[in-house]
Design a protein around this ligand. Structure first.
Ligand code: SF4
Length: 498
């Protein structure tokens, strides 16, 4: 493997971006060594989403004219040309500059900042404004934040609102980098536009500078290590063979899970097998033998059963809202879905219909003297959106939702799976599907892809709608299949340590 990139490497011909400083740092080396390596469709779809968000903000900016100067730097130029154009535009005192590029040396590293918008803030100083796909603020009755409407950037003053800002590391790095590269032209303030494209929240980028400088000091690793991100990384076809060649322990214990073992000199799968350190060594042996899951006990699961059992799965669009609540009762799959925009009346009506159906199913069971339970696989998302929907829309009683979530009638199957099984590649529903003999109708639709499908579905794409419904139905049925498999004592799964 060639060794060309490196933060802090004075001879490096590469420009480091803020996004290179979060997540897997080996990706930077791969990006430099294989700049044209193709991105997978999911990453392309994600990038399109980012671009669409940026376009929406740029369209909202004040139009030039009547003494208001706006300069749009043409995309696709090399960084040197683009930077020259950006600095020229600042030199002429443009009120707003879009698509700006700044380069320089920060913390001994050659860096580049692509600044979505530069806003002149008096005395020839500029504030960088970045567009993020994160939710950067939440409404709050106790907190306060300032924002400038994006339609008033360069023209209006900030206004106060009841909100709390949410921090995302990469957004902080982007703002801090642009702030530092502006040098004497920096105003000291910055703006961040999140999923609400109408507001640029005002921040002080200097507070993110220490973290940015620390991140720049971290050396770029010589070799890959498997992390969660690998599952969606375009370089996986390059990294996986290398990890196998190294017999890297992260193939079995990804992320930081092997840190303690590494300190003891155990850094390969084989050395982990030979170390006989209990469960990790058993897992390593299973991985080597191609066995995805082991069980901790031979006893059948104690996942609660009921006379009426409903398996539930929800789909949300980013963190903007939940658009699909699916429910399977063992015979019929029901989809409560809206293809309209989330966050408004359509989502409210859809959630209310789902909730009404769920509660009336429970009431009917009780009236007939039968027990009732609803199941879900890893309930974090469902719990969040049930609570959030009740809180945001008001049509459903928040207390009733909270009581249901806390009750024994709402069962998180994943909690039982974790207690009883251990997996060499995690215990996600998609990992367990083949183990329990469940097959989805569509291959390869994960959460990321579902976001892209949802966008197509919103635009009326019937095939995308059907695919999303099949995907959700599959997850509901797989949840049922997993708990039935557990109840049967996980047949065919070897016992750990056996
Ligand atoms: S595949 Fe994994 S190790 Fe390789 S660059 Fe991507 S995230 Fe990093």
């Amino acid at each position: 493997m060639t060794s060309t990139a490196g933060s802090g490497d004075a001879a490096s011909p590469f420009l480091i971006r803020a996004a290179d400083l979060v997540g897997c740092r080996f990706r930077l080396r791969q990006r430099f060594d294989h700049p044209d390596y193709p991105a997978p469709p999911d990453a392309v779809a994600r990038q399109e989403q980012v671009e669409a968000g940026r376009e929406a903000v740029l369209r909202a900016l004040p139009a030039p004219g009547a003494g208001f100067a706006r300069v749009d730097i043409a995309p696709g130029r090399d960084p040197e040309q683009a930077e020259r154009a950006t600095r020229e535009a600042m030199g002429t005192g443009a009120h707003v500059i879009t698509g700006g590029v700044l380069t320089g040396r920060v913390g001994g590293v050659d860096v580049v900042s692509e600044v979505d918008i530069l806003v002149r803030v008096g005395r020839g100083r500029y504030a960088p404004v970045m567009v993020s796909n994160h939710r950067v603020a939440r409404a709050s009755t106790s907190g306060s934040a300032r924002f400038v409407p994006t339609s008033r950037l360069g023209r209006g003053a900030p206004v106060e609102t009841g909100a709390r800002l949410r921090h995302h590391t990469v957004d902080g790095y982007r703002l801090a980098l642009a702030h530092l590269l502006l040098g004497e032209l920096a105003d000291g303030r910055a703006g961040l536009v999140g999923q609400d494209r109408t507001r640029a929240y005002v921040l002080e980028p200097a507070r993110f500078v220490p973290a940015l400088l620390s991140a720049l000091r971290v050396p770029v690793p010589e070799e890959p290590r498997r992390v969660k991100q690998c599952a969606s990384c375009r370089f996986w076809p390059l990294c996986e063979p290398r990890l196998c060649e190294l017999d890297e322990i992260s193939l079995v214990l990804p992320g930081g899970r092997a840190d303690g073992l590494r300190q003891r000199g155990i850094d390969t799968v084989q050395s982990l097998i030979d170390a006989h350190v209990g469960e990790p060594s058993d897992l390593a042996r299973a991985w080597r033998a191609g066995i995805p899951v082991l069980k901790r006990t031979g006893a059948p699961s104690r996942v609660p059963r009921a006379d009426v059992e409903i398996d539930i799965d929800m789909e949300a669009y980013l963190d903007q809202g939940a658009y699909l609540w699916g429910a399977y009762d063992g015979e019929v799959y029901r989809a409560f879905v809206t293809w309209q925009e989330v966050g408004g009346a359509a989502e409210e009506a859809n959630f209310a219909a789902f909730w009404e159906w769920l509660m009336s199913t429970r009431s009917r069971a009780r009236a007939e003297g039968r027990t009732f339970a609803a199941y879900c696989y890893a309930a974090g998302g469902e719990n969040y959106w049930m609570k959030s929907s009740a809180r945001r829309f008001g049509g459903v009683d928040e207390d009733e939702v909270a009581a249901f979530i806390a009750s024994e009638e709402w069962v998180d199957v994943f909690a039982y799976v974790r207690r009883e099984l251990v997996g060499t590649d995690g215990l996600g529903l998609k990992v367990l599907g083949p183990v329990v003999g469940y097959e989805w109708d569509d291959d390869g639709i994960d959460g990321e892809r579902s976001v892209a499908l949802r966008r197509a579905a919103r635009l009326g794409d019937e095939e995308a709608r059907e695919q999303l419904l099949r995907y959700n139905e599959g997850d509901c049925k797989a949840t049922r299949a997993v708990r039935q498999f557990l109840a049967a004592g996980a047949p065919g799964v070897p016992l750990i340590g056996a």
